[in-house]
Design a protein around this ligand. Structure first.
Ligand SMILES: Cc1cc2nc3c(=O)[nH]c(=O)nc-3n(C[C@H](O)[C@H](O)[C@H](O)COP(=O)(O)OP(=O)(O)OC[C@H]3O[C@@H](n4cnc5c(N)ncnc54)[C@H](O)[C@@H]3O)c2cc1C
Length: 499
């Protein structure tokens, strides 16, 4: 039986382990921490003697392909829920929301009335769906994304617009109103300050809607998203995957195919036939003996997160009949302001440049799934924070973020506690390079066919020129998120290469 060693027990390591053990390999995961899950783990807080668990890193589920959810066995263990009610968008100084209906006709009417949109919303959705179907096929078949394939499947015009073009051009192509462009384009800077003028950034827009676990939407997991990692760990253990926690790797010798690591003060040497790194992309370069390649990455992260706890269920001043809807508060009204705020964070010319706040109503979703908790909680996923400071040094910024949201809440006095994380905290807590939730920013030069470290295009997940060393962390195609797509595609390519 061939031996695969996987370094890193985050979602990508766990998914690849699941497919490889079922593919007949002997699989060992080496994880440096004392738990698996990576950035998909829980945190806990006791407030007034009552405990509440909450998502430490990732919060919402959406990008996972449905086939991974089913084939890994997760669908039997996990209860999920996604809101069918419209998303609610507020621009600066607006108290009443614009509703993002799932139905295109209703949406077209709403955007015309509220934002004066005269563009082609229906065409945008139809074309986006063509691109999404194309990407989903790449996922399922574990096919290397290439320019030729995109041209073949989508045609040159759609490919140039949606995959290789700039986000700015894509948005201008379908929309007339700045507000529509801002809303539809916000995901371009979700992980880091990619410029909307950068070729290749258009692709992030369909990418973020390409999960199928909730039919392209984002939703919640009963108890919390960490249940995905916890359950997959248990499933893998029951299948025979060996998981070595608390293990510190000192060296990887690719000549003799040996990994040296320390666990519980014991020095261990483990040999492998194939080695997979499901970490950030820089870690393998530090561990591999005699690694000589230069790695240049756009990696800065600008996302932060405030988790806010309320004594009673949050009462929204607007649309309280949609308690489970995602809400979005924009501090900019135009694409140029949006771009400037994001680029200023990149230049580190201040601590915070208000961009948008995505509000995830996790507590309300938990109640909808019949999980009763001691407090309500909402998560404020926030742009644009500079890299160099920890949350402890930015109390004022936390207050600014919370004070942007509280005016929308009737019972603001019920806020009892909040926890803030900046990109610097994400770096220290999760070892994310520069705190980037995708490990590296989704700039054009790191998107689609360029989101690889392989020097061999047909072996997309191999690490540079190494034959038996693979990389499938969040820095590889398609991107970060609790999806495991990279882990799945990598394991399929490995199995194929071995035949
Ligand atoms: C604040 C925040 C909010 C987010 N929100 C969402 C969200 O709502 N929805 C969503 O889908 N995604 C979200 N994400 C992104 C998502 O969590 C990540 O993209 C995803 O979890 C990455 O998975 P991974 O397996 O590639 O890497 P990781 O989760 O980073 O796992 C890598 C693992 O490798 C281990 N490791 C690293 N170096 C070594 C070593 N030398 N030896 C052994 N082990 C090592 C690490 O300890 C870790 O366990 C968020 C992330 C953060 C931080």
């Amino acid at each position: 039986m061939k031996k695969v060693v996987i370094v890193g027990g985050g979602i990508n390591g766990l998914v690849s382990a699941n497919y490889l053990i079922k593919g007949g390999y002997d699989v060992t995961i080496i994880e440096k921490k004392e738990f698996t899950g990576g950035a998909c783990i829980k945190d806990s807080k006791t407030i007034d003697g009552k405990n509440i668990d909450f998502a430490y890193g990732a919060t919402v589920l959406g990008m996972m392909p449905e086939f991974i959810f089913k084939e890994t066995g997760l669908s039997k263990e996990i209860v999920g829920f996604y809101p069918k009610t419209p998303k609610l968008v507020y621009f600066k100084n607006e108290q009443a929301s614009t509703k993002i209906f799932q139905d295109s006709i209703e949406l077209e009417k709403e955007l015309k009335n509220k934002w004066g949109e005269e563009g082609r919303i229906n065409d945008f959705r139809n074309d986006e769906n063509k691109v999404i179907r194309f990407i989903q096929k790449l996922y399922k078949d574990a096919i290397t994304p290439t320019t030729e394939l995109a041209y073949e499947e989508l045609g040159k015009e759609l490919s140039d617009l949606w995959i290789f073009g700039t986000a700015k051009n894509l948005l201008d192509h379908y929309f007339t109103s700045e507000k529509s462009k801002l809303y539809m384009g916000m995901t371009v800077i979700e992980s880091g300050p990619a410029s909307i003028y950068d070729p290749g950034t258009a692709f992030t827009i369909p990418l973020m809607d390409s999960g199928s676990v909730f039919d392209g939407y984002w939703g919640f997991v009963k108890t919390g998203i960490w249940k995905i990692a916890e359950n997959l760990t248990n499933i893998n253990l029951s299948l025979g995957v060996k998981i070595n926690l608390n293990s510190s790797i000192s060296k990887v010798d690719t000549q003799s195919k040996l990994i040296s690591y320390t666990k519980d003060q014991n020095k261990i040497k483990l040999n492998y036939d194939h080695l997979i790194f499901a970490t950030d992309p820089v870690t393998p370069s530090r561990l591999i003996k005699d690694f000589k390649q230069d790695i240049e990455l756009d990696e800065i992260g600008t996302s932060g997160k405030v988790t806010a706890f309320f004594r009673n269920p949050v009462i929204w001043k607007d649309s309280n009949n949609y308690p489970d809807s995602f809400r979005f508060i924009f501090s900019n009204n135009s694409l140029s302001q949006f771009e400037n705020a994001s680029q200023n964070a990149l230049k580190n010319s201040g601590d915070y440049f208000a961009g948008f706040i995505q509000i995830y109503p996790d507590g309300s979703a938990q109640r909808a799934m019949d999980n009763k908790e001691a407090y309500d909680k909402i998560i404020l996923f926030t742009k644009n924070l500079s890299y160099d400071k920890k949350a402890d040094d930015l109390d004022k910024i936390k207050d600014e973020i919370i004070n942007t949201v509280l005016p929308y809440i009737e019972n603001a006095d019920d806020l009892v506690y909040s926890k803030f994380l900046t990109p610097k905290d994400l770096n220290e807590t999760f070892s994310f390079p520069k705190g980037n939730i995708d490990h590296i920013t989704l700039t054009g030069k790191q998107n689609y066919n360029k989101r690889t470290f392989s020097n061999n295009p047909s072996n997309f997940y191999s690490y540079f020129d190494f034959h038996d060393v693979y990389y499938c962390g969040a820095g590889s195609f398609p991107c970060g998120s609790v999806a495991g797509t990279a882990g799945y595609m990598c394991s399929k390519q490995l199995i194929r290469n071995d035949r």
